[in-house]
Unconditional design. Structure first.
Length: 219
């Protein structure tokens, strides 16, 4: 049984909405024209429940609310791209992809602080072929060195250094994607660090985070 509305029904509903918005001095045609020039950066992790392809057997951690067990989720880079292609085909306009570091495309085991642009070259090729700009995210969760809830603000200097190196490497990947695709890539650093209670030292973690970010953005 097909419950999809017919084109005529959709157009009639739109004309009704258009009239009602016009009564509020809103020009829907003008609004739609503006929307056509706005690119949405679609989160890649919506295709596989934040599992990524770095270590599919590892569970999620770091304050992630998803379970990683969504039925029918993408199990490979190829499957994720197929799902993304389908999603983009249903969304009017030309849009972007927000890509996390754990979605690298390689057969080798790569430490997060050792990721290179070459591990994301196939994503650049996919973006070119489909006219998608790509933004980038370092992944500061679901990793043994993030299990205590602290990364860039960790008291452990070795842990902080690891995540600083990961963020620097991620910025290099973002720069590469921007150059390859001819559109600036936004490299967004989502930081999971924090307490759920009130510790006696609330300033120390902030200082460590500041120092880590200063190093990351030095170049």
């Amino acid at each position: 049984m097909n419950n999809q509305p017919a084109d005529a029904e959709i157009r009639n509903a739109y004309e009704l909405a258009k009239e009602r918005y016009a009564a509020l001095h809103v020009d829907t045609e003008e609004a739609i024209a503006k929307l056509e020039n706005i690119a949405i950066s679609l989160h890649c992790w919506q295709g596989d429940d934040v599992g990524g392809f770095e270590d599919p057997e590892r569970g999620l951690s770091g304050g992630i609310m998803a379970t990683g067990n969504y039925p029918g989720k993408a199990r490979s880079v190829a499957e994720l791209r197929q799902d993304l292609d389908k999603a983009y085909s249903l969304i009017p306009g030309d849009h972007r992809l927000n890509l996390h570091a754990i979605y690298l495309d390689t057969d080798q085991k790569v430490a997060r602080n050792e990721i290179l642009p070459e591990h994301f070259a196939s994503w650049a090729d996919w973006g070119k072929a489909n006219h998608h700009g790509i933004d980038f995210n370092p992944t500061l969760f679901s990793h043994p060195l993030a299990d205590d809830g602290f990364t860039l603000a960790s008291e452990d200097e070795g842990i902080r250094q690891f995540w600083v190196e990961h963020c620097i490497a991620s910025r290099e990947v973002g720069a590469y994607l921007g150059e390859e695709l001819g559109t600036p890539a936004i490299t967004n650093i989502w930081i999971p660090d924090g307490y759920k209670d009130t510790p006696y030292d609330r300033f120390g973690p902030r200082l460590r985070l500041r120092d880590s970010l200063d190093i990351i953005f030095e170049k």
